[in-house]
Design a protein around this ligand. Sequence first.
Ligand code: HEC
Ligand code: HEC
Ligand code: HEC
Ligand code: HEC
Ligand code: HEC
Ligand code: HEC
Length: 490
Amino acid sequence: MTSPAASPPPRRQFYRNWLTLTGLVVMVASLFAFLLLFVMDSLARGSNPYIGVLTYLVAPIFTTMGLVLVAVGLWLARRKLIRSPQGRPGSLVIDLARPRDRRLLGGFILASVVFLLITAIGSYHSYHFTESVTFCGEACHTVMEPEKVRYEHSVHARVSCAECHIGPGASWFVRSKLSGLYQVYAAAANKYPRPVPTPIRNLRPAQDTCEQCHWPQKFSGNIVKTYRHFLSDEENTEYSVRLLLRVGGGDPQRHHEGGIHWHINNHVEYVAADDKRLKIPWVRYRDERGELVEYRAKDFTNDLAGMEIRKMDCMDCHNRPSHRYETPNEAVDLALANGRLDRTLPSIRAKATELLVQKYPTVQAALDQIEKELQAAYPDDARTRTAVAAVQEIYRQNFFPLMNADWRAYPEHIGHKDWPGCFRCHDDQHLSADGTRKITFTDCNTCHVILAQGTEAELENLSGAGQPFKHPEDEYDPAYLCNDCHDGGP
Ligand code: HEC
Ligand code: HEC
Ligand code: HEC
Ligand code: HEC
Ligand code: HEC
Ligand code: HEC
């Protein structure tokens, strides 16, 4: 056979195939769409999650698909050519002396640079977009609405979702994107649980998230907080408490170590008997001399086999730093305290709370019912309209019937009034092995001192040494824990 080099088969045949041409069209179209959307997204004020999804997820997927089609088409065409009578194509010869080759090469290099540049900008923005609050909180609107709304009302409203849920580093980034793929599927296929379960299994430990901003050794000292409440009587009598919380700190080198943040530095570990971590029958910590101190609930004789021992971190108390659902009780008390609800409406505290604890099928049904009942309770009263608006606002901000999300689904571990919280361990029922020590509850002053209590006027009357707690109801029995009676409802 004579050498085919004399008349090499035209290379053009390579890309003249349907796959490659389709790929090229898809690529060019999606690149163009990307550029257009990118400009729109950059010019628009406030980003729209759907433009974001199109620009930074859908368009790049199409560009990649186009690229793959082009490559597969070229490969198939080449194989076909090799098998054809013409045989193996000659190797590519670029002769820079030929003006046509120079132009083609120049064009190719320029096109590659532009393409790489667009890809770089695109992937940079895609990365940022999938980490953004817009993407996490808005793209699958119904599912994340409760978390997003509560987040916007929290102290951390300026901290992005990813800073707490992913944190720095490549491995958690990859993990989150993998589980994210499943979540996108679950949302699209309508297969997600309602409410979204809590606590989050495999949440990243606080050292890598909270402690990127909060210095655990910081000594917070004492913090004064006022808890304002009203009774469910006709006069909506005020009953508030002003506490000095002994938050303390966890750095033995700088300060007396102790107070509530004592747990951070003392390697406290525990075992939970339920999914929500509301029952904690076993606790241990390492004391100053390095010895392990162990406490057990009286009736807990299990040898811990197969139970997960968890090290206590910030999230075991601050489990609602950014998605805190107010209880009806608390939300109504707050509205009464700051005047959004008129305190002079008889029994408004009881009435409003009662309306908020009902279950409603939709938000609209709730808003209608609230209006109807309040109009019926206070007919022809000029104060009714503002009361309706205030109670409806509380409902909109804290209740999400489509996701079954409200305070009932998400217990908070700080405090001890409406949920067990600190009392999961501090209940006087957790004893050391020899029975001589217990984790205290009845010694209220370990955690806080009551500076003042009662009505607004009485709140000004501070006592440095602290006062014994005066519970408003006579039938109060200190043998019960607070949350045996209180649950956030009326
Ligand atoms: C300040 C840190 C922080 C920020 C910011 C944050 N979260 Fe969370 N998130 C948490 C913690 C802590 C939990 C509860 C973890 C637990 O108890 O296991 C949680 C829980 C959740 C849950 C599970 C349901 C629940 O309420 O327990 C979802 C869903 C969620 N977050 C979504 C988001 C979204 C969406 C954003 C952004 C709009 C966001 N988070 C921002 C800290 C944060
Ligand atoms: C990106 C930084 C950042 C991260 C991450 C972060 N926080 Fe914060 N946090 C802040 C800032 C800033 C404030 C103060 C906000 C203010 O006062 O307006 C704050 C305030 C707080 C407060 C005081 C709340 C109050 O009512 O005054 C608590 C408690 C807290 N954070 C706990 C946490 C926990 C728990 C985590 C981890 C789940 C966490 N934070 C993660 C920045 C962060
Ligand atoms: C044993 C439970 C517990 C643990 C564990 C805990 N905290 Fe706290 N923390 C509290 C309580 C109680 C307060 C008082 C404020 C309140 O009641 O809302 C508080 C207050 C704070 C404040 C506000 C105080 C200030 O100086 O402004 C910050 C910030 C804070 N905690 C961050 C953290 C971080 C970060 C961690 C983990 C390294 C952590 N906490 C671990 C119970 C705890
Ligand atoms: C293990 C620590 C601890 C012990 C012991 C303790 N408390 Fe508290 N208590 C707290 C914390 C923390 C809060 C603040 C919760 C918050 O910020 O939401 C609190 C809040 C309160 C409040 C205000 C609650 C509200 O929402 O209005 C009252 C009242 C109170 N405690 C009474 C008592 C009494 C009475 C005792 C003793 C029988 C007691 N506490 C024992 C930790 C403790
Ligand atoms: C997982 C169990 C557990 C939980 C939950 C818990 N604690 Fe503790 N706490 C302990 C143990 C154990 C000790 C040490 C008791 C001892 O041996 O004296 C302790 C000690 C303390 C002390 C005394 C520290 C010192 O100065 O020596 C304070 C104050 C305290 N806790 C406050 C709280 C508050 C407030 C909460 C709720 C926000 C809380 N704890 C939740 C287990 C727990
Ligand atoms: C035996 C049941 C019972 C126990 C235990 C109990 N309470 Fe109450 N509490 C009540 C009742 C009933 C009211 C009156 C409710 C009303 O009029 O709205 C009330 C009212 C209150 C109020 C004012 C109104 C409100 O609903 O916020 C506070 C604050 C309060 N209790 C705190 C506590 C604390 C803190 C503990 C634990 C140390 C506790 N209670 C234990 C039954 C109880």
